[in-house]
Design a protein around this ligand. Structure first.
Ligand code: C2E
Ligand code: CA
Ligand code: CA
Length: 563
């Protein structure tokens, strides 16, 4: 009893007693009035009015079953089916055992048997019912996301694990849903509209798990997780689910992506399954054509390998696992091709994975900015090699290095390159800089300024992969560059495809108009080389002359070549 008093301290909860017998009402009221504020109603209809008026301020209803107007059963029915009233616990007053089951089924919290027992027992029952109801509200509120009403992440994982145990680890499917460019929805249409969309998706997902018997949560801002028992035809039904969700969202400008992991592997836990679905979903981030993807083992292995490469990078730099290969470029204007420079191309000789191509790790390092460290290393090594050729053989061969689009954002880029050139006692013309054309179209102003500054300092800039980056002719005109390097996809079919041949001829004309030489890379055959020479291409790089070579092999080529 002391505990009850404690709990009620400061806040006197209100109890509604509904009974047609005045004497019964008063007896009960007097037992409880020292602990609670009491309201009285003599039938169901009056009770209903009071309940509606008191709303949140009513903590418990004590209800007689047999009354005129609206009886106890009917009132209980009304209370239990109303989303707001149903949180109020109801204790039923009864004199017959037989009605207990019926009332329990209708959602009564407890019973008080007439004639009344011990007052203390009644007070205990009332206190207990209020406490239980309040605790369950608190639980409900903490385990749910307030906007969508779905579980929050923590409880979702907890219940998911329980579900696994209770269902004897039957196979489950995990699905992740993300809204595309949600921040733009918020910015363009206001947060209120964004919230409305989230609510609608919440409703759609709620329906989905209701039908499929699973759990769902709002995993983060605009991301939802679903965990449902596995069905074999999930793959076929995904488009149908997507259409359902779309119809509830009811806004054509909003799209989402769905990552699906159909779980046949019962050995991996729920978090892992969700992570797999999320991984499949992430793969769709920049896709405009597909809106769902299935997780595969291959996807997972790729992710693991990428993580590994990222974490191994610093050590690889320290241990000089990155090796530079050099591929010669030849000037073909005269009778005999003349070695004019070499492109430094990096490879990773990984202690466990062996030789790794830059095609695999460069895009990965560009995504997280690590490329700056690697490029810095490569530039240093390449410059040191040019110095070595000069000091050992007296050959001044320029070496070209690749400058990633990420490097262009480094405000210290000019200083960095100048320092490298100075430390190796080179001139800026000795370190050619290849910048991919797409970097120009990505961030035109920034790059034009950077390239302008670099050229002022004496560096020569070659625009790499020309033809792939959609520079406009107008833009080309204002571009500060020293050479155009045609993308190798144009060279590939130059001798068999008339259209490609003409395209290359046009690009060479453009270069002529800009007053810069053209470098063709990926030249593999004599025929390609001769065609290029015919239409005025000055410099050739490709397997026809040589593959990229390790430093020692390149040194042999260098010392035997005609420069
Ligand atoms: P890229 O700069 O366009 O380099 C040309 C690529 O074509 C090189 O591939 C080269 O080995 C290859 N190649 C050369 N001649 C031929 C040929 O006749 N036929 C064919 N099929 N291929 C040929 P690699 O070395 O695998 O490099 C791939 C890309 O990785 C490079 O493309 C470049 O974008 C990037 N990369 C390489 N090293 C570095 C670096 O140190 N820093 C940065 N940022 N990127 C680098
Ligand atoms: Ca290049
Ligand atoms: Ca290229």
């Amino acid at each position: 009893m002391q505990e009850l008093l404690e709990r009620n301290k400061g806040l006197r909860r209100r109890v509604l007693i509904v009974d047609d017998e005045a004497i019964e009402r008063e007896m009960l009221g007097s037992m409880l009035s020292d602990l609670y504020e009491i309201s009285y109603a003599e039938n169901g209809a009056i009770a209903l009015d009071i309940i509606k008026e008191l709303k949140q301020n009513l903590s418990l209803i004590i209800l007689d079953l047999y009354m005129p107007e609206l009886d106890g059963y009917s009132l209980l029915q009304v209370i239990r089916t109303d989303p707001y009233m149903k949180r109020i616990p109801v204790i039923v007053l009864t004199s017959e055992k037989s009605s207990e089951i019926k009332c329990l089924k209708m959602g009564a919290a407890d019973f008080i048997v007439k004639p009344y027992d011990e007052p203390n027992l009644i007070r205990a029952r009332v206190g207990h019912s209020i406490e239980l109801a309040e605790d369950s509200i608190i639980i409900h509120e903490t385990e749910r996301d307030s906007l969508t009403g779905l579980f929050n992440k923590e409880f979702f994982v907890e219940y998911g694990m329980r579900m696994d145990i209770q269902n004897g680890n039957i196979p489950m499917d995990a699905i992740t849903i993300d809204i595309n460019h949600f921040h733009i929805v918020n910015e363009l249409y206001s947060r209120t509209y964004g919230d409305l969309i989230l609510k609608r998706i919440g409703t759609a997902i709620h329906n989905f798990v209701r039908i499929n018997g699973g759990l769902a949560c709002r995993a983060g801002g605009n991301s939802f997780d679903i965990y449902i028992p596995h069905t074999d035809d999930l793959a076929e039904r995904v488009p149908e689910y997507i259409a359902d969700i779309e119809s509830i969202i009811d806004d054509k400008s909003i799209s989402f992506r769905m990552g699906v992991y159909t779980g046949v592997d019962t050995d991996i836990n729920m978090e892992r399954r969700l992570e797999c679905a999320r991984l499949a979903c992430r793969k769709l981030r920049n896709s405009y054509t597909t809106c769902y993807a299935f997780y595969s083992e291959e996807m997972h292995n790729k992710e693991l390998r990428e993580e590994r490469l990222i974490s191994d990078m610093d050590r690889a730099l320290a241990e000089k696992q990155f090796k530079l290969y050099y591929q010669p470029k030849y000037n073909i204007e005269g009778e005999i091709p003349v070695l004019s420079s070499a492109e430094a191309l990096v490879r990773w000789v990984h202690p466990e994975f062996g030789m790794i191509s830059p095609v695999e790790f460069i895009p990965l390092f560009e995504k997280n900015g690590l490329i700056q460290k690697l490029d810095h290393y490569v530039w240093n090594e390449a410059a040191a090699m040019a110095r070595h050729w000069r000091d050992k053989h007296g050959i001044h061969l320029p070496v070209s290095v690749n400058v990633s689009r990420v490097d262009v954002f480094n405000p210290m880029l000019c200083e960095l390159l100048c320092e490298i050139v100075k430390n190796n006692e080179l001139v800026p013309e000795g370190l050619l800089l290849e910048i991919t054309e797409s970097a120009y179209t990505d961030n035109a102003d920034q790059i034009i300024q950077t390239v302008h500054n670099l050229r002022e300092l004496g560096f020569k800039i070659e625009m790499d992969d020309f033809g792939c980056g959609y520079s406009s002719l107008n833009m080309l005109n204002s571009l500060p560059i020293d050479a155009l390097k045609l993308d190798m996809t144009f060279i590939r079919n130059i001798s068999t495809d008339k259209k490609d041949y003409r395209l290359v001829a046009i690009m060479i004309d453009i270069a002529r108009l800009l007053g810069v030489p053209v470098i063709a890379e990926g030249v593999e055959t004599k025929e390609q080389m001769e065609l290029l020479k015919e239409i005025g291409c000055e410099i050739i790089q490709g397997y026809y002359f040589s593959k990229p070579l390790p430093a020692d092999e390149f040194e042999i080529l260098l010392t035997t070549a005609q420069i």
